[in-house]
Design a protein around this ligand. Structure first.
Ligand code: FAD
Length: 315
C-alpha cells in the first residue's frame, strides 16, 4: 500500500507526533511524507529515519501560518503526485480541520481519532475512539482511498531507516486559498508545549487556591513536565486557560499524566485518557480518578507532593 504522511513542524522542528505518524505509516506500507513552510532540508531528510523514503516539501512561507484551505490543497496535490492509497495524519487542531477537506478533494473515506494500526487481514478495519474515549468502534473501509487521523502514542517511535530524499512540491495556490489568515500568535510561558508534552503534572480544585501552585510547578520542573489544570481551576483564574485539559479544553496524550487533587469527572478524563500512564493523587479513596488511573496515591496532596519531589530528586 502506498502511504502519504502529513508532517507538521513547530518553529522549523518536526513534531514528535508527526514522526509517530511516519512510523505508523511505515507499518502499513511504503511511506512518502508531505511537509510545508520553513523547515530546513536536513530536518526534512531526518524523517527518513522513521520510514519515509521521500519528503515532498512545499516551501511557500505563507504555509507557516497553518492556513486550513491551502494545507488541504497541498495534501491533496501530494496524494495525486505520490499516488497514495492511504493518508495518515497525527491529530492536531490543524489536522482535525483539514482531514475531511482532503478526503473530499481526493474522493477518500475518512476515519478520525484512530487508536490502533489497521487490521488488513480481511479488508481494512480501524479502531477509533468514540464517546470522548469511553468506547471504541471498529470501522471497516472496504475500498478506495482512505484518510486517517491518528491519536498520539498509538505506536512508539521507531528508527528504522536513513535520510529521506527531499523534493520541492509546487502547488498552484489561488489567493482565496489564503483567505483566512492568522494575525497573531500568543505563546504560552515555558519551554514545553502542553499538547506535545511527554509528561504532564495537572492539578485541580483540591489545591485550594492559586497560591499553592508552587509545589505543582516544582514537581513539573523536577520531571521536565508541562503543567495543566482542571476546568474550574482555569474558570476561577487560578491558572491560565491554555492549561485547561478535558472535553472542553486541550486533549493531551503524554507518556505520564499526574493528576493532583482532581476528582476525575468524565469531562476531565475525556481529555487525558489517551495518556500512557496515569497517576492520581487524591485524599478521597472514592475519587473517580482512581478507576482511570494506573497508579493511585490516597493522601493529602500537601504532604504527598513534597515527598514525591524529594524522592525523585534523590534518585
Ligand atoms: P472537584 O470536583 O472539586 O474535585 C477536587 C478533588 O480534589 C476532589 O476529588 C477532592 O477529593 C480532592 N482533594 C481536595 N483536597 C485535597 C487534598 N488536600 N489532597 C488531595 N486531594 C484533594 N472539567 C475539566 O477538568 N475539563 C473539561 O474540559 C471540562 N469540561 C466540561 C464540560 C461540561 C459540559 C461540563 C458540564 C463540565 C465540564 N467540566 C470539565 C467540569 C467537570 O464536570 C468537573 O466539575 C471538574 O473537572 C472538577 O474539577 P476538579 O476535579 O478540579 O474539582
Amino acid at each position: 500500500m502506498s502511504v502519504l504522511v502529513f508532517i507538521e513542524a513547530d518553529n522549523g522542528v518536526i513534531k514528535k507526533s508527526s514522526l509517530e505518524a511516519v512510523t505508523y505509516g511505515s507499518k502499513v506500507g511504503d511511506v512518502v511524507a508531505v511537509a510545508m513552510g520553513s523547515i530546513d532540508a536536513s530536518e526534512l531528510a531526518s524523517v527518513g529515519k522513521y520510514g519515509a523514503s521521500k519528503v515532498l516539501h512545499c516551501s511557500d512561507e505563507r504555509l507557516n501560518d497553518g492556513v486550513i484551505s491551502a494545507t488541504a490543497k497541498l495534501i491533496a496535490e501530494a496524494v495525486n503526485q505520490s499516488g497514495a492509497d492511504l493518508v495518515v495524519m497525527s491529530r492536531s487542531s490543524l489536522v482535525d480541520a483539514v482531514a475531511a477537506r482532503v478526503a473530499i478533494k481526493v474522493g477518500a473515506s475518512v476515519v478520525a481519532n484512530v487508536q490502533d494500526l489497521p487490521d488488513t487481514s480481511n479488508g481494512f478495519v480501524v479502531k477509533r475512539g468514540v464517546f470522548t474515549g469511553k468506547a471504541f468502534a471498529n470501522v471497516s473501509i472496504p475500498e478506495g482511498k482512505k484518510v486517517l487521523t491518528v491519536s498520539k502514542n498509538v505506536v512508539p517511535l521507531e528508527e528504522t531507516g536513513s535520510d529521506a530524499v527531499v523534493e520541492e512540491l509546487s502547488v498552484a495556490f489561488a489567493d482565496s486559498d489564503f483567505g483566512v489568515k492568522r494575525i497573531s500568535v500568543h505563546k504560552q510561558d515555558g519551554d514545553i508545549l502542553l499538547p506535545e508534552a511527554d509528561r504532564v503534572v495537572s492539578a485541580g480544585r483540591g489545591m485550594k487556591g492559586p497560591e499553592n501552585w508552587q509545589m505543582i510547578e516544582d514537581l513539573a520542573s523536577t520531571l521536565g513536565a508541562a503543567t495543566a489544570c482542571s476546568k474550574p481551576v482555569s474558570d476561577m483564574d487560578w491558572r491560565p486557560h491554555h492549561e485547561h485539559v478535558g472535553q472542553t479544553g486541550i486533549k493531551v496524550a503524554p507518556q505520564l499524566y499526574i493528576a493532583v487533587g482532581i476528582s476525575g469527572a468524565i469531562q476531565h478524563l475525556a481529555g487525558v485518557n489517551s495518556s500512557k500512564v496515569i497517576v492520581a493523587i487524591n485524599k478521597d479513596p472514592e475519587a473517580p480518578f482512581f478507576k482511570a488511573a494506573d497508579y493511585g496515591v490516597v493522601g493529602d496532596a500537601f504532604e504527598v507532593v513534597p515527598k514525591l519531589i524529594e524522592a525523585i530528586k534523590n534518585n
